[in-house]
Design a protein around this ligand. Structure first.
Ligand code: ADP
Ligand code: MG
Length: 676
């Protein structure tokens, strides 16, 4: 049985099994599905085509006697001169003194190693007597841990395949294999570990990429279906006439994209299932406006609506704008960590009695002491800052309201359908008319004087500026030192008021400086990235970012989104001396792209999916074979197939899917649920 311990494989004792464990290999099956992360091919190329410092394979004839030198304890260096084409190439082998005896002038040898173009020298990692095979083998390369040696792993793999591969069950019905021309699971498995040639390997990989994506999509969609079924019975009866009149009273006409998203949201609210929807839209695209309307709809249905945001500053801003917007249509309250004492008790009781109909706050909202009267809708702003855990907390409190997640981090479509495969997605892909694009410049640090001069002129026009201080990764303390120093410097330079903002200020201090910046008592706000999300000061026209190369594209885009919110032309200045190509590429993309979605696709390409949300909040699925970006089409196909299969009910009933069903049932979320 392949589910048995890996020690069932011939030659694997307890000791080797222990060494394999850190690689995630416990069972025979784990071993069989421990795939190479890369394949090396040893193809002999003409010297002219070899790249300096890259791995190369060359074939040549030994000239003269190899020289052997010893140094240190037991260390040796063997230098063999080879004639390759018309050149004398030196092949250097370390600690392989024994090879000397095997070589005579005139022998043909094939060596693989790192090529030094300037010295015409190769540092040999693999050596073979004789000519290179014309059909060069493809060598799988595995991630190895500890003492595990490649040769041993390969030998064990070969054993395991011989003994156990007949037990590897096919997961996909024959017709799938047929229509996508995919090899069987067993055949593909052999090719993954011992590829016979290019073509067979390609198809084997194709097969596992599809399988992996298909299983993943099935899980996500089943979870979604399970959610829906479990939450029947919460149709919200909102007053559509009142909602219409509220929309009508807004100072602007909704954009087409806002209307579309709104109607998707309202449909979810009035359906008998709980809403689990992601609202995506670039900064300033008008998500908050849509959220406000949805909250209002909830109020007209006699339910409470909550808006959760990541920071207190944002909570306050939202609170103020909602109070203005709703006037006497709703009773809006603010609940954050810094609402304390008597005031807090008052607000808690307003929430519990149902008098407060719209509650704005930070994650303080989901603490135990907060009892809602009838929570119908929760809107979570900047969802990636709220973990999965917070979502669950709400559910655990016995509250299963409609939930709308909003994010201004444009998530590439590719990621959205995987990371958020268990959610519905609405997209605001259109900005309100008449917005001026922010002009973005990348300048080197030695131009700082000119930049400051430029800022001065903008300030003279009565505008305001944000200055984001250098970022020192992983050290809040140093970040704060930086921002304090920078504040002092700029305070000296400018005659205008310069405010200081960072995460260590008390809430009162933060609130105070934000208020003074909003009301233009402070003209320049020097800050760490805490201003990143949501802050809205339309009179600010300059965003200056120090050390811009240290920020990710999405973050830079968020920061840039703080300006360009009014009618004046705004500017984003990136101060950066990037040391590497990725950094330079980022700066270039920022200056050329203002569309958040385009930018995030580019970011994804530069950083890879794992890093997209930053390490801390990653939570991205990790695929063994597939790459969400590169294999995007397979992902899309798998998604559609999964969706059709689930709608057809065949997964539950058709014996063709038994093996697949068993695999899905092993998933913790799906255990004992929908498939039984
Ligand atoms: P987001 O939350 O997506 O960043 P907001 O909802 O805060 O965007 O909207 C940004 C600004 O645009 C706000 O000042 C808002 O009043 C305004 N706004 C929103 N929708 C529209 C619209 N359809 N037309 C004009 N202005 C709008
Ligand atoms: Mg907003």
């Amino acid at each position: 049985m392949i589910q048995q311990s890996v020690t069932e494989v011939k030659g694997v004792g307890d000791k080797f099994a222990e060494e394999l464990a850190p690689m995630g290999i416990h069972t025979v099956e784990d071993l069989l599905f421990y795939f190479p992360f890369r394949y090396d091919e040893f193809e002999v190329k003409p010297l002219a085509e070899l790249l300096h410092d890259e791995k190369a394979t060359i074939e040549g004839q030994v000239i003269g006697e190899p020289t052997l030198t010893f140094y240190g304890k037991k260390k040796s260096k063997l230098t063999v001169t080879l004639q390759v084409e018309h050149y004398a190439v030196k092949a250097v082998m370390f600690n392989r003194a024994f090879v000397k005896k095997q070589l005579q002038a005139g022998d043909t040898v094939t060596v693989t190693g790192k090529w030094d173009q300037r010295r015409l020298q190769i540092t040999v990692s693999q050596f073979k007597k004789g000519k290179a095979k014309s059909d060069t083998p493809i060598q799988p390369v595995y991630y190895l841990r500890g003492n595990v040696q490649l040769a041993r792993l390969r030998k064990t793999m070969k054993e395991a395949l011989q003994e156990f591969s007949d037990e590897v069950e096919e997961l996909l019905p024959e017709r799938y294999l047929h229509s996508y021309k995919l090899p069987s699971r067993k055949d593909a498995l052999h090719q993954m570990h011992f590829p016979e040639n290019h073509t067979l390997l390609k198809h084997a990989r194709r097969r596992f990429i599809y399988e992996e994506f298909f299983v993943f999509q099935l899980k996500m969609q089943l979870i979604r279906k399970q959610h829906r079924e479990a939450t029947k019975g919460n149709a919200v009866k909102y007053d559509s006439k009142a909602v219409k009149s509220f929309v009508h009273a807004l100072p602007f006409e909704l954009t087409g994209a806002q209307k579309r998203s709104l109607s998707e949201i309202m449909k979810d609210m009035s359906s008998p299932y709980r809403m689990n929807r992601l609202l995506q839209g670039d900064v300033g695209s008008g998500k908050t406006a849509v959220a406000a309307i949805a909250l209002y709809a909830s109020v007209t249905a006699g339910k409470q609506g909550a808006l959760m945001v990541p920071t207190e500053i944002l909570a306050e801003q939202h609170y103020e704008s909602l109070v203005k917007l709703f006037k006497d249509r709703a009773h809006v309250v603010l609940l954050t960590g810094s609402v304390k004492g008597k005031r807090r008790r008052e607000i808690l009781s307003l929430i519990e009695s149902g008098e407060a109909t719209i509650i704005v706050g930070t994650h303080a909202l989901i603490q135990d002491e907060v009892l809602f009267h009838s929570l119908g809708l929760v809107i979570v702003d900047e969802q990636h800052r709220f973990g999965v855990n917070q979502r669950r907390t709400l559910r655990d409190k016995g509250l299963d309201p409609d939930v709308l997640f909003m994010t201004a981090t444009p998530i590439p479509r590719t990621l959205a359908i995987t990371a958020f495969g268990d959610m519905d997605v609405s997209l605001i892909d259109e900005l309100p008319a008449g917005r001026k694009e922010v002009e973005t410049y990348w300048v080197k640090e030695q131009m700082l004087d000119r930049v400051l001069g430029f800022i001065k002129r903008e300030l003279d026009l009565g505008h305001q500026a944000y200055v984001i201080s250098p970022l020192i990764e992983e050290s809040e303390k140093l970040d704060i030192q930086n921002v304090v120093d920078l504040h002092a410097q700029l305070n000296e330079y400018f005659s205008e008021e310069v405010g200081l903002m960072h995460g260590r200020l008390s809430t009162d201090e933060k609130e105070d400086v934000m208020k003074r910046f909003s009301s233009n008592e402070v003209q320049i706000l020097v800050s760490t990235t805490v201003v990143e999300v949501g802050v809205n000061v339309p009179n600010a026209t300059i965003m200056l970012i120090y050390d811009a190369e240290r920020f990710g594209l999405s973050q830079l885009h968020q920061l840039r989104g703080r300006v360009g919110r009014g009618s004046h032309q705004s500017y984003c200045i990136l101060l950066a001396d990037p040391k590497n190509d990725v950094g330079k590429e980022r700066m270039r993309i920022m200056t050329e792209t203002s569309n958040g979605f385009e930018l995030s696709e580019q970011d994804l390409k530069l950083r890879g999916p794992g890093d997209f949300f930053g390490r801390k909040q990653s939570g991205m699925p990790e695929f063994k074979v597939g790459d969400m970006v590169h294999d995007y089409r397979a992902l899309e196909t798998a998604r559609q197939d999964a969706s059709e299969l689930i709608q057809s009910n065949e997964l539950e009933n058709n014996p063709e899917f038994k093996a697949l069903r068993d695999v899905l049932k092993q998933d913790a979320y799906l255990k004992g649920q929908i498939l039984d």
